[in-house]
Ligand binder design. Structure first.
Ligand code: COA
Length: 322
């Protein structure tokens, strides 16, 4: 049987760091409120002229080097993002061209904060079907460009960044089990009110902002993430004690803690980056994975559960051996 396996990772964070103290100067908030309610201490914010594909290029270069491959080996690029450079062409074609990857399958998909998990699961299917041999999978976001910096309810939460992974076929697992899901009935709890076919002229104007019913999102996130994590382990016949690491979406430390408690995984086995990155939407899981690998906590052969939850709502898990 053919499995797919992550053979290299990378991340890129924009140079500019915005601390909670910086936010105290622009909205009615405090470092203490932000830290205790969200766990965020700082976030990276992309420059005005920096795009999501610019960040992806940097993350991809690191992942390509880490995997010991060349751009000529890549035969597919998938990017999970809600903040592409352009409505079209899709961002993966921009990345393919800018990196010098030969013509190949290249597309983006939009699943909000679950974008990387959706992209990784899609790449896994292509590899298992024998349709791809080396996939560049990205999760990236310039989400601060959608943030209303006068709205304290949302502006303290988000940050920018890009995470990348190289996925290749393997005789050994690799990705063991995946689960994806969505339910659009929750649309009004978390959305940005502009799209290519709707309200486009309002983009970037005052009053156009991320709408979020924070405490409702919180409750559904904890329940959904807890349920899908437990179910994923159960379906794969893996006990929670066998799990080496949980790499969750980094939305809020309280969501992460509540979800870990719900499934019975101690926080010592959870990779947490929300304090340094904020919620980077589709970039959060691949960047947390890269952080854990590079600081030596995540080791080859270990059993890892990644999971994410985002607007829609969408959700997903990937259980894998590194
Ligand atoms: N600084 C200070 N006070 C703030 C604030 C800020 N940045 N943002 C909100 N407040 C205030 C509110 O106005 C409210 O004041 P009030 O009681 O006078 O009305 C008070 O803090 C409590 O607000 P509440 O929304 O009940 O706080 P909370 O404990 O639910 O925390 C969130 C708010 C947003 C941090 C929390 O609900 C959350 O993390 N939700 C999930 C968000 C998320 O993860 N979204 C992405 C999912 S992928």
């Amino acid at each position: 049987m053919t499995y797919s396996r992550i053979v290299g990772t990378g991340r890129y964070l924009p140079e500019r760091i915005m601390t909670n103290a910086d936010l105290e100067k622009i909205v009615d908030t405090t470092d203490e409120w932000i830290r205790t309610r969200t766990g965020v201490e700082r976030r990276h914010v992309c420059a005005d002229d920096q795009t999501t594909s610019d960040m992806c290029i940097e993350a991809a270069k690191v992942a390509i080097e880490d995997a010991g491959i060349s751009v000529a080996d890549i035969d597919m690029v998938i990017t999970g993002t809600t903040t592409p450079d352009l409505i079209f062409p899709n961002i993966s074609t921009l990345i393919q061209h800018k990196l010098g990857i030969p013509p190949c399958i290249a597309f983006s998909l939009e699943a909000a904060c679950t974008g990387f998990i959706y992209a990784l699961v899609t790449a896994d299917k292509f590899i298992k079907a024998g349709e791809a041999k080396c996939v560049l999978v990205l999760g990236a976001e310039c989400i601060t460009k959608l943030v209303d910096w006068s709205d304290r309810n949302t502006c303290v939460l988000f940050g920018d960044g890009a995470g990348a992974a190289i996925l290749k076929p393997s005789k050994e697992p690799g990705i063991i089990a995946c689960h994806l899901g969505a339910d659009g009935k929750h649309k009004d709890l978390l959305y940005y009110p502009v799209g290519a076919s709707n309200n486009l002229a309002a983009a970037g104007t005052d009053g156009t902002a991320i709408h979020m019913a924070g405490s409702e999102v919180f409750k559904v996130a904890v329940k959904t993430l807890g349920d899908i994590a437990s179910k994923s382990l159960e379906n794969a016949g893996v006990g929670k004690d066998e799990l080496d690491w949980l790499v969750p979406h980094q939305a809020n430390i309280r969501i992460i803690q509540a979800m870990a408690k719900r499934i019975g995984v101690p926080m010592e086995k959870v990779i947490v980056t929300v304090q340094d990155h904020g919620n980077t939407s589709a970039a959060s899981v691949p960047m947390a994975l890269d952080v854990g690998i590079r600081d030596g906590r995540l080791k080859q052969g270990q059993l890892i559960l990644m999971e994410a939850f985002g607007g829609g709502f969408t959700w997903g898990t990937v259980l894998m051996r590194l």
